[in-house]
Design a protein around this ligand. Structure first.
Ligand code: ATP
Ligand code: MG
Length: 711
């Protein structure tokens, strides 16, 4: 079983793997630890990750980046609309109201969903892990921002499936960091809690979490975030600053040219990084537009001045995190800063002022999320022994269920109205299961929704579940138990519905009930103990206590709560109340999620595209082999093989090699793999006998040498 962690960043991704001696960040094909999160579509193939970055400047309109911003969001989302203004590629609204990315691929314009594109990047990361581990990678943990909605979480799961991955856990990025921080600490207190604030400022967003550490465990006390505050915002400020300047100084409008925009943005990012280490920095870009070289310069003071609107927003998530946890600044014992955008000195100044202490950088700011993900995967994997360390996660949103029900109105008459209840309040542990009891005469629907949309850029409604059909044999309004699960990934779903019918049967009783069935009773009692009291509405909700309990099926026939097992000494038959449990079909409709048939199609499509990429890579290899043979043989004919060919043979072969070289740059530039293989074989037919003669002679020579030596 593979143990791999992926940090899928908005700008770059990191892959960490668990080995017996610890967690390693692995290198990609270019021996780099960070892999750009982008896909460049070409005429013949895709270039993903580092290969994509190499071609992005030549092909900006077909280079898809910042996929994390697009995934699982509606096209009309105001944040997405704002982002699109600076993206060099085209995005339109699909028929389902979700974004469709346009790119020229294999000679025609095609559309892709953000989930598909994320699948492509994940599949590239999977390949990096596989190459390093020399084994297939399927099981993994993937980091996600804490603010990801239900739909975004589902989209990541779909993207992973497209890539052939099976995430055991989508883990909040800041929680992964907290895990990577705590698990190696040997000095954690036994009883007093050590409170640490983790601040992650990445490419596009800022996340804060406060975690309480004790020996062997961490508890997330609260999360906060700003979904649109990251390093790219500083680049954007610089970009607009210089774009305006160049309009006046050089009479060029970079906004009109996608490539110039891309190059200026990239220049501004470099400039920003320089300003983190220097009080001033220059900007020089050759031939930016209309063949004009541009020059600029900015001091850190001025950069901070023009960045005030961004810097002013850094404090808010910090305040929210404290409010969320009910802690004061003094209660936060340490502050750990991660995410590469936190390197901006002005940001560090704000953090220091806010917490009244110097934030620390003991974590590897760019790798801690991936390391935490790999650690989490190792904890979940049976193949690794990891130090005992418990992670108590905390869900950032309140989730409610809503349904049509009857309740007494002012005149005490039953009327039908929409009712709702919060099943998972903000701060609920993850994972968690809750059960609700409904009294219904036939098929009914339940909506799952966010209880408070003020912090979200998402519609309130997440999904609708249709429960039924079912037929009650007894009363008109049957008792239906509905189980709702907040799973390890933070995705909510109604996982089952059970019809509960009391029936009286004769039970032969010969001896005391065994311990096992008594235990099941206890489980049952705690799951569904309180019967509705007369003045309550017809729906009741109780906690299902155990987080991962799965009491379905197994308890069939176990007495309902309140029924104490009957103890009899003699063999006799007694009438006994039993609860008959029947599973009711549950149909799920998640708004905006991929349906299984579409997901299957996307998996097949990815397979096709990956095959195309592989064929093209192999074609390139074969073409290079022909070219290499031409150069190598030409050199050898004048050197090593000189005395093994006649002059005319050499002349003829050299001119043949020249012909093939010319062909490679002209008619043969764009041939199929088979053609290159045939060409190489044809050349070898002529070259191999020469090579053979040379080898024979050197072998004979070495025998003679040895004889001479013996004499
Ligand atoms: P996210 O976490 O938002 O999904 P990410 O994980 O890809 O994105 P990081 O790699 O943590 O983001 O941070 C990338 C950002 O950090 C970029 O905007 C980059 O310009 C910025 N950055 C990197 N080095 C420095 C530096 N020395 N000074 C200032 N900013 C920097
Ligand atoms: Mg990040």
């Amino acid at each position: 079983m593979s143990v791999v962690g992926f940090d899928f960043g908005n700008e770059s991704c990191i892959v960490a793997v668990a080995r017996q001696r610890g967690i390693d960040v692995v290198l990609n094909d270019e021996s780099k630890r960070e892999t750009p999160a982008l896909v460049c579509f070409g005429d013949k193939q895709r270039f993903i990750g580092t290969a994509g970055a190499a071609t992005s400047m030549m092909n900006p309109k077909n280079t898809i980046s910042q996929i994390k911003r697009l995934i699982g969001r509606q096209f009309s989302d105001p944040e997405l609309q704002r982002d699109l203004k600076s993206f060099p590629f085209a995005v339109t609204e699909g028929p389902d109201g979700f974004p469709l990315i346009h790119a020229r691929y294999l000679g025609e314009t095609r559309t892709f969903t953000p989930t598909q594109v994320m699948g492509m990047v994940l599949s590239n990361l999977k390949g990096i892990a596989e190459k390093n581990l020399n084994a297939a990678v399927v099981d993994c943990c993937i980091g996600i921002p804490v603010y990801f909605t239900d739909l975004q979480r589902r989209a990541v799961m779909d993207a992973a499936q497209i890539a052939g991955l099976h995430p055991l856990h989508l883990i909040h990025e800041t929680t992964a960091t907290a895990l990577a921080y705590g698990i190696y600490k040997t000095d954690l207190p036994e009883s007093d809690q050590l409170n640490v604030a983790f601040v992650d400022i990445g490419h596009s967003s800022m996340q804060v979490c406060i975690a309480g550490f004790k020996k062997g465990q961490l508890k997330i006390l609260g999360h906060s975030f700003d979904r649109s505050l990251g390093g790219r915002d500083f680049d954007e400020v610089l970009f607009h600053h210089f774009a305006e300047k160049f309009k006046v100084e050089y009479k060029i409008d970079v906004y009109q040219n996608a490539r110039a925009c891309l190059r200026l943005r990239s220049g501004c990012e470099k400039l920003k990084k320089m300003l983190s280490a220097n009080p001033e920095a220059p900007l020089n870009i050759e031939c930016l537009m209309e063949e004009k070289d541009v020059r600029g310069f900015i001091k850190r003071d001025e950069f901070e001045q023009i960045s005030i609107p961004i810097l002013e927003r850094v404090k808010r998530p910090l305040e929210k995190a404290l409010a969320e946890t009910g802690l004061s600044v003094e209660d936060v014992h340490m502050v750990e800063v991660v995410g590469s955008a936190s390197r901006v000195p002005a940001v560090m100044k704000i953090l220091t002022e806010f917490f009244g202490k110097e934030p620390r950088r003991t974590m590897n700011a760019s790798e801690c999320v991936a390391r935490g993900c790999a650690l989490q995967c190792a904890i979940l994997s049976p193949t690794f022994k990891v130090r005992e360390f418990q992670v108590n996660e905390n869900f950032p949103f309140s989730i409610a269920l809503s349904w049509k029900g009857t309740a007494p109105d002012a005149k005490n008459e039953a009327t039908e109205n929409q009712q709702s209840t919060i099943v998972f309040p903000k701060g609920n542990p993850i994972p968690s299961v809750k059960a609700l009891t409904f009294y219904r005469s036939g098929t009914f629907t339940i909506d799952v929704q966010y209880a408070d949309v003020s912090e979200l850029q998402a519609p309130a409604k997440i999904s609708t579940y249709t429960i039924g059909p079912f037929q009650s044999t007894k009363s008109e309004r049957a008792k239906v138990k509905v189980k709702v699960r907040l799973n390890l990934h933070g995705i909510v779903s109604i996982e089952s519905a059970t019809l509960l019918e009391e029936e009286e049967i004769e039970v032969p009783v010969t001896k005391e009930p065994e311990k096992e069935s008594a235990k099941m009773e206890t489980d049952e009692a705690s799951n569904d103990a309180v019967p509705p009291s007369s003045n309550e509405t017809d729906e009741n909700m109780q906690d299902a206590k155990g987080t991962a309990a799965d009491p379905s099926g197994a308890e069939n026939g176990v007495p309902e709560s309140g029924d104490k097992p009957v103890q009899m000494e003699t063999d006799t038959k007694v009438p006994k109340k039993k609860v008959k449990k029947t599973n009711i079909p549950v149909a799920e409709l998640v708004y905006g999620a991929m349906v299984p048939t579409d997901l299957q199609k996307a998996v097949e499509k990815e397979f096709e595209m990956a095959l195309q990429d592989r064929v093209m890579e192999e074609t390139k290899d074969k073409k290079n082999a022909v070219e290499a043979y031409v150069y190598d043989m030409r050199n050898k004919l004048c050197d090593k093989y000189h005395s093994f060919v006649t002059d005319s043979e050499r002349e003829q072969f050299t001119s043949r090699l020249q012909e093939v070289e010319d062909w490679l740059y002209e008619d043969g530039e764009d041939e199929t793999k088979g053609v290159y293989i045939a060409k190489l074989e044809e050349l070898k037919k002529q070259g191999d006998p020469i090579e053979e003669r040379y080898k024979e002679s050197t072998e004979r020579g070495s025998v003679i040498d040895q004889l001479v030596y013996c004499i």
